[in-house]
Design a protein around this ligand. Structure first.
Ligand code: URA
Length: 261
């Protein structure tokens, strides 16, 4: 292989690693962990008894949802909610994420938008919806006269996610991760107290409505925690399926009309 083609092969391999979720190089040379496993000394067949065998205590089951609920309810404002979430150590996603991504926009806005979880760009920058999907979301909001950076709540939106940490390789959050972070999301909604909520895609629908099926659910107003809620297609879906932008536009007009009522 000439040096030119080797460059492109190396580059494609690196891009593939990044696609899989690698964010940092942690060693100069590659490490084959299977070799390491094989080279480990084999444990002797029978461990020598040094003391009389004691019955092992079963590890106590931790009710992560109850712990989250207690921490969330103790938060009296958004900064203390963010602090409580950062201190919550039961969601392992925090170990693999670079940033804690809480929210963006104007918390006085009547519109609260809830997405799934940070992606690679959000994890890098520390704000929700800043990658390609986020840029499309900004253009969609601009089309109904909204800008997350606007000081006037009536011209702004408030944006957050179900999860504040990026799942590895952007995988869909699992049910236990959603369940343990839900009390924080519910408290977040209560503290912001928006007039309406928009759920972007299936994950926030699963979290707050207990069901998925965005193609059927989108555009239909329902209620959560006493607030009008509308599921919409996630902007990442719209990037992959531009034809669905027609429905998204109808949903944006419906959102605008609801706010004006
Ligand atoms: N997708 C989401 O659901 N949330 C983000 O913050 C970014 C992408």
């Amino acid at each position: 292989m000439d040096s030119q083609s080797s460059y492109w092969v190396d580059r494609a391999r690196l891009e593939w690693q990044v696609e899989l979720g690698a964010t940092d190089a942690i060693g100069d040379a590659p490490l084959n962990r299977y070799d390491l496993e094989q080279n480990k000394p084999k444990p002797s067949a029978k461990p020598k008894a040094t003391t009389a065998a004691l019955p092992l205590a079963e590890p106590a089951e931790v009710d992560t949802v109850a712990i989250a609920r207690e921490a969330a309810l103790a938060a009296s404002d958004l900064p203390s909610l963010a602090t409580a979430m950062q201190a919550f150590e039961h969601c392992e996603l925090r170990l693999g994420a670079r940033s804690f991504v809480f929210s963006d926009g104007n918390s006085q806005s009547p519109i609260m938008i809830i997405g799934e979880a940070p992606g690679r760009d959000e994890d890098r920058i520390g704000k929700p919806f800043v990658g390609r999907a986020g840029q499309l979301l900004d253009r969609m909001l601009a089309a109904i006269g909204r800008d997350r950076a606007h000081d006037d709540p009536q011209q702004s939106v408030y944006i957050t996610n179900v999860l504040p940490w990026r799942p590895p390789s952007n995988r869909t959050p699992d049910a236990s991760e959603i369940a343990m972070m839900l009390p924080f999301l519910e408290r977040h909604i209560a503290l912001v107290d928006p007039t309406v909520i928009v759920l972007m895609g299936n994950t926030p629908c699963q979290a707050l409505l207990g069901r998925t099926g965005i193609t059927r659910m989108r555009g239909n107003w329902t209620e959560v925690l006493g607030k009008p809620v509308m599921p919409m297609f996630h902007p990442a879906y719209l990037l992959r399926n531009p034809i669905a932008k027609r429905e998204a536009w109808a949903d944006l007009l419906s959102l605008q009309a609801k706010i004006r009522l």
